[in-house]
Ligand binder design. Structure first.
Ligand code: ARG
Length: 339
């Protein structure tokens, strides 16, 4: 049992089913393994693990990741509270009791927040690349339409003639700001909090700088209490995904208007529209409508986490487990619109 001998009864099955985060924190597996390998290396450096123990642990972790990737190992959702406990048990199954030494000087509270920081840094970087490609498409559209005139509107009233290129480039600017916000988010996530323990650090003299550099962080966090409670960088990520989706939603709304019979400015390809057997004149811009609609989800995820965190006392509370599903969904929802 994860939390040891104080308990005489095993955790209730239904309670475990309700509280387990494994079904979604499985998305963190790659980062959890990286964090554990770096931690093991550091434990060896400070003399807690022998060279042999470190190598056994690192190799064991590599095998677990490999087996997960090729589908020969899938952690049992009915047995574990989260991906961290699942990996730890699997490691002990592979290499024996030495696997348990990996948890020295660490708590799942600092582990999970470190995993998520790495995930956010990586996902934000992926989004920046996807946005840049999307901007290139808009710029290409603009290049072809420098001399395509259209009405520019204020109050949804025809105001002054403008070029379609000018209109497209307005969205390029919005997306540029989204990239700036993603870079800000990366900076916010770019601190290593390992060593913060459950809430007040560790009695062992860990080499925090070493782990931080090993994991590619630029700095080490200063206050353990804050470190295990801090989810500001996730809020920044959700806010940024939401604003990005909002920009795409505005573009979608314009596309929907422009394709209607009343405006008749543009025509979408048959391969991107749907029709109606009953009303053959219709060509529906479903994809643009869905993008506009999906903005509701990212808005909701941001609001949900703000609400979850706003009254939490320091430091870690289990409520914080609710930080993940919306974060993953916001990322996938935003990314899929861009590629
Ligand atoms: N599944 C937990 C989460 O995502 C991991 C941390 C668990 N810590 C604890 N003290 N129960 O937040």
């Amino acid at each position: 049992m994860l939390w040891g001998s104080r308990f005489n009864k095993k955790f209730d099955d239904k309670a475990l089913e309700f509280s387990s985060s494994l079904s979604f924190d499985i998305n963190l597996i790659e980062w959890d393994i990286k964090v554990s390998k770096a931690h093991a290396k550091m434990l060896n450096k400070i003399g807690i693990l022998t060279q042999d123990e470190k190598e056994k642990i690192q190799k064991g972790l590599d095998i677990i990741f490999f087996k997960y990737k090729d589908g020969t190992w899938k952690p049992n959702e009915n047995k574990f509270e989260d991906i961290h406990s699942a990996i730890e048990e699997e490691l002990t199954n592979h290499i024996g009791e030495v696997g348990k030494k990996l948890h020295t000087g660490r708590s799942r509270n600092d582990q999970v927040a470190t995993d998520v920081r790495l995930w956010v840094k990586n996902s934000a970087t992926e989004l920046i690349t996807a946005i840049t490609n999307f901007q290139k498409n808009l710029i290409n559209q603009a290049k072809e339409n420098v001399n395509t005139l259209m009405p520019g509107y204020t109050h949804l009233q025809r105001a002054q003639p403008i070029s379609f290129a000018f209109h497209m480039l307005a969205y390029v600017e919005m997306l540029e700001r989204d990239k700036q916000r993603l870079n800000f988010t990366i900076n916010q996530a770019d601190e290593c909090i390992l060593g913060s323990g459950a809430l007040a650090g560790s009695t062992i003299e860990l080499d925090r700088e070493f782990t931080s550099i090993e994991l590619g962080f630029s700095a080490v966090s200063k206050n353990a209490l804050d470190s295990v409670s801090n989810r500001d960088f996730i809020l920044d990520f959700l806010h940024t995904c939401n604003l990005g989706m909002l920009h795409l939603s505005r573009l979608s709304e314009e596309i929907i208007l422009w394709t209607s019979y009343e405006w008749n400015f543009i025509k979408l390809g048959d391969e991107f529209t749907t029709g109606s057997s009953l009303m053959p004149q219709k060509q529906n811009p479903d994809l643009a409508e869905l993008i506009r609609g999906k903005n509701g989800r990212t808005f909701g995820h941001y609001l949900a986490l703000l609400t979850t965190i706003k009254s939490l006392p320091l430091s870690y509370n289990r409520d914080l487990q609710e930080d993940k599903e919306g974060m993953f969904d916001s990322f996938f929802t935003f990314l899929i619109q861009l590629i």
